[in-house]
Design a binder for this molecule. Structure first.
Ligand code: HEC
Ligand SMILES: [Cu+2]
Length: 354
């Protein structure tokens, strides 16, 4: 019984692994299902290196097995000592040159791809977005469009979009696996790369650098829309009026409470005038909050979740820089109503591709 179990233990473990890993191929979150230029390059390099590795592994294994069988000790030859050979020049040269060739096969395309992706010489002709990572959320500042957003990054399909990435506090790393490689967000310098998405859709982005308690909740979305939708969205965002009164009374109370409770010290609504050059707000921009795919990185934008966020902020996202605001349930209800109504564009994550 035991040996039977032993035999199948490995098989069992392998199937379990396969089962668990099967969840890794999510369509909008996988470097193995590339939907962008940078992700494509990475994917080709992954395939290339895997092929080279497999070739090495198989060659070594085959030689190993052949040697094991052919040169094993034979009956009647227990005391036989084979001819001792060492320092075969030809062999030594061959097995030095082969690995060098293999390394070159991997290194040359990797270096070419790295330089290609880092080349920002044509940035002037394209969309430029200044990305700032903060504990534990992302801010996006569209240079020529003069728009600020947080958490949701809207970009047009099939267009180069340069992101200039930095951090406002600790080290973060900007990564949209389906569209591009990672790039470090450092406090002391700006790193640049481009996104070029090939298909409309909503893609998952994340912070790939352990940056504190809620690092794993530092998600964001890249919303890839058609050029027309993008232009529309830019117009809508630019004309968002921060002083616009909500229609219903509850939301009006919410707006007043938002203004009374120092929310505006850290959050802006209706962007362009609020930001001086190079300034990143303390908290996320809320102009288009009603159209968020998620808020606080990972929470579904329901009123219930939002009220809970406003009352139990720290429980929802440990260590976040907003902290509990001491709101009553009633106040939180009204503010939530107001924020949920902040929909400044008909271009939304739901409308993408429709
Ligand atoms: C001290 C600055 C500060 C104040 C004051 C503040 N917030 Fe925040 N707020 C933040 C920060 C920082 C975050 C980002 C938290 C995170 O995701 O890590 C945040 C996140 C949020 C979010 C989620 C935004 C998103 O899209 O992810 C909402 C909604 C919000 N705050 C509402 C409010 C309201 C309403 C008030 C006033 C009652 C308020 N905040 C007061 C700093 C502040
Ligand atoms: Cu981070």
């Amino acid at each position: 019984m035991r040996s039977w179990l032993g035999k199948f233990k490995v098989l069992f473990l392998l199937s379990l692994l396969a089962l668990v890993l099967a969840g890794c191929g999510e369509e909008n979150l996988s470097a193995l299902i590339p939907k962008g230029y940078g992700a494509d390059s990475s994917f080709y390099l992954i395939v290339l290196t895997t092929l080279v590795m497999t070739f090495v592994f198989l060659s070594v294994m085959i030689i190993y097995v052949i040697v094991l069988i052919r040169f094993r000790k034979k009956k009647g030859e227990e005391d036989y000592i084979p001819k001792q050979v060492e320092g075969n020049k030809t062999l030594e040269t061959v097995w030095t040159i082969i690995p060098i060739i293999l390394v070159m096969i991997m290194a040359v395309p990797t270096v070419i791809a790295t330089f290609d992706l880092a080349d920002a010489s044509d940035a002037d002709e394209h969309i430029n977005i200044h990305v700032t990572g903060k504990q534990f959320w992302w801010h996006f500042d569209y240079e020529t469009e003069e728009i600020h957003t947080s958490q949701d990054l809207y970009i047009p399909v099939d267009t180069k979009v340069y992101v200039h990435v930095k951090s406002d506090d600790v080290l973060h790393s900007f990564w949209v696996p389906s569209i591009s490689g990672k790039i470090d967000a450092n406090p002391e310098n700006v790193n640049t790369m481009f996104l070029e998405a090939q298909e409309e859709g909503v893609y998952q982005g994340l912070c790939a650098e352990l940056c504190g308690l809620s690092h794993s909740l530092m998600d964001f979305k890249v919303i890839v829309v058609s050029q027309e939708e993008y232009d529309q969205w830019v117009q809508d965002m630019k004309s968002a009026d921060p002083d616009e009164e909500p229609l219903d009374a509850v939301a009006q109370d919410g707006k007043a409470l938002f203004e009374e409770n120092s929310c505006m010290n850290c959050h802006a609504i209706g962007t362009p005038s609020k930001y001086s050059e190079d300034r990143v707000p303390i908290g996320p921009d809320l102009t288009n909050f009603g159209n968020r795919t998620k808020f606080a990185g990972v929470l579904d934008p329901t009123k219930e979740n939002l009220v809970d966020w406003l009352i139990n902020t720290d429980k929802n996202k440990p260590g976040n820089k907003m902290g509990d605001m001491g709101l009553t349930k009633d106040e939180a209800d009204k503010i939530a109503e107001y924020l949920m109504q902040l929909k400044h564009s008909d271009v939304t994550p739901e409308s993408v591709g429709n």
